[in-house]
Write a protein that binds this ligand. Structure first.
Ligand code: PLP
Length: 464
């Protein structure tokens, strides 16, 4: 049968691809099935094989709760990709985006615009006066791309040192700087050298204590710098606390030691605060816990919780002045997009007014950290717990003695169980990352932790 509307043949309703059917499908009252079907039919997905996906359907949200088209509600303990620091649909941010949309939706990066200037001023108000300018990007990966480019131009050197256990984004240089498997299919750039950063639970250095791990990791980095040749190294790029690689807490003194090595050899120190920044660990920026001052800071995610894509690089006075009389060959059509900038201004203002950063610190110290310590005592498959603020990881093992990671199949069972219990989780390899929005309430934090404990207890019992 031909389609009644556009006369295209054939029209089999649920399989028809004629233009008017596509329109109709998009316009009918959505259900979980219809939206999932639409997605499966037309959307090409990142980081995934295209077949066999059964994506979760999300229709709306508020704060730490998200829901689908059929009224199922979820507690979001993932902050999506650890970006919704301010939760879903914060009314002041939504209002600011609407107001900016009424006034001006887009303008080229080279123009002066109130929202852009205000966003930069507010970001700079949360770092020391070592920093004086903000370069805006569309996301975290291009923030790292541009920071690397700045460091190369500034030093006239080429190499970038970064950790094997890191993720810096999925574009040219950022994916090459990424240390783990995610780099391998994309590794085509020269000048990227990787090294080991501290991870006491699985020490590369056979260290038994934090002090030993720290000292060995610093000796290792010094050797890498000496062997590569300090005069060839433009930058050391590090996540302050490596996030997707496992929320790996730097031991006391490690980042100070890295800072000292960078200064000794004239290397630009870039701290990637894309995931750890903007309140996640209970400070505006995580490096502020460690008494260091980088040369460049990259950010994205929490700066406006991803309500409109944005990221950027914060430049030290020195690097910023270097470009006073030199063109910086970077930037994209939408860099510093007005809607994203308005969302940044409203997000930072709301975080200041509502004490959201301090709240995240308290939730971490008073609720999450003690609960995870108790969990580690009670549950035999918990190997290690670590973190700060709303940035914690639970590392799961099948044997506490050997520390053998819990196999992927069991992690998949766990993820499905957490979802069935009403929780969206961030699971990476053999870890649950406890990363709710910074605005998570005490009750929500306790609810989420109880769900995790119940799911882990059930999983541990199923192994007996
Ligand atoms: N840097 C870190 C530490 C990240 O965690 C991520 C993303 O997860 C990125 C960079 C890349 O950010 P984006 O996905 O916004 O490009």
């Amino acid at each position: 049968l031909a389609c009644k509307n556009c006369d295209t043949f054939p029209c089999a309703r649920d399989r028809c691809l004629c233009p008017c059917f596509k329109r109709r499908l998009a316009m009918t009252t959505p259900t979980n099935d219809s939206v999932r079907q639409l997605d499966q039919q037309y959307v090409f997905h990142s980081w995934s094989a295209q077949e066999g996906r059964h994506p979760l359907v999300i229709a709306g949200g508020k704060g730490c709760r998200l829901w689908d088209y059929e009224g199922h509600r979820y507690l979001d303990f993932s902050s999506q990709l650890v970006n919704t620091n301010i939760g879903a649909q914060h009314p002041k941010v939504i209002e600011a985006i609407k107001a900016q949309a009424e006034q001006l939706t887009t303008i080229a990066p080279a123009t002066a615009n109130l929202a852009r200037g205000e966003a930069a001023r507010l970001i700079l108000s949360h770092v020391s006066d070592r920093f004086s300018k903000v370069f805006f990007t569309n996301a975290g990966a291009d923030a790292n791309e541009n920071a690397i480019r700045m460091a190369r131009l500034y030093t006239g050197r080429d190499k970038v040192l970064s950790s094997y256990r890191s993720y810096h984004g999925n574009t040219g240089s950022a994916i090459c700087a990424t240390g783990d498997w995610r780099r391998l299919p994309n590794d085509y750039a020269r000048g990227h050298v990787h090294f080991f950063t501290p991870y006491l639970y699985r020490s590369e250095f056979n260290a038994a204590t934090e002090e030993e791990e720290c000292a060995a990791a610093l000796r290792h980095l010094r050797r890498i710098i000496e062997c590569e040749g300090p005069s060839t190294i433009a930058a050391i790029l590090l996540e302050t606390i490596p996030g997707t690689a496992g929320i790996l807490m730097p031991p006391e003194g490690y980042l100070k030691g890295v800072e000292a090595l960078a200064r000794e050899f004239g290397i630009v120190l870039i701290m990637d605060e894309v995931m750890a920044g903007f309140g996640r660990t209970g400070r505006w920026f995580t490096f502020q816990h460690y008494g260091i001052e980088p040369d460049l800071i990259t950010f994205a995610k929490g700066v406006n919780s991803g309500y409109v894509p944005a990221g950027g690089v914060i430049l030290s006075n020195e690097i910023s002045h270097f470009f006073d009389n030199r063109m910086f060959p970077g930037g994209l059509t939408y860099s510093g997009h007005p809607l994203a900038m308005a969302a940044i201004v409203a997000t930072i203002t709301a975080m200041e007014d509502e004490g959201i950063v301090e709240h995240a610190a308290r939730i971490g110290d008073d609720i999450i950290a003690p609960a995870l310590r108790r969990l580690a005592e009670r549950c035999p498959i918990v190997g290690d717990v670590r973190g700060k603020g709303v940035f914690h990881a639970i590392e799961l093992v099948s044997d506490r003695e050997t520390r053998a990671p819990l196999p992927a199949a069991q992690m998949a069972v766990l993820k499905a169980d957490l979802l069935a219990r009403g929780m969206l989780s961030f699971i990476a390899e053999n870890r649950i990352h406890v990363v709710p929005p910074c605005v998570v309430t005490v009750e929500e934090a306790e609810e989420g932790l109880a769900i995790i404990e119940a799911a882990l207890t059930a999983l541990a019992r199923s192994q007996d």
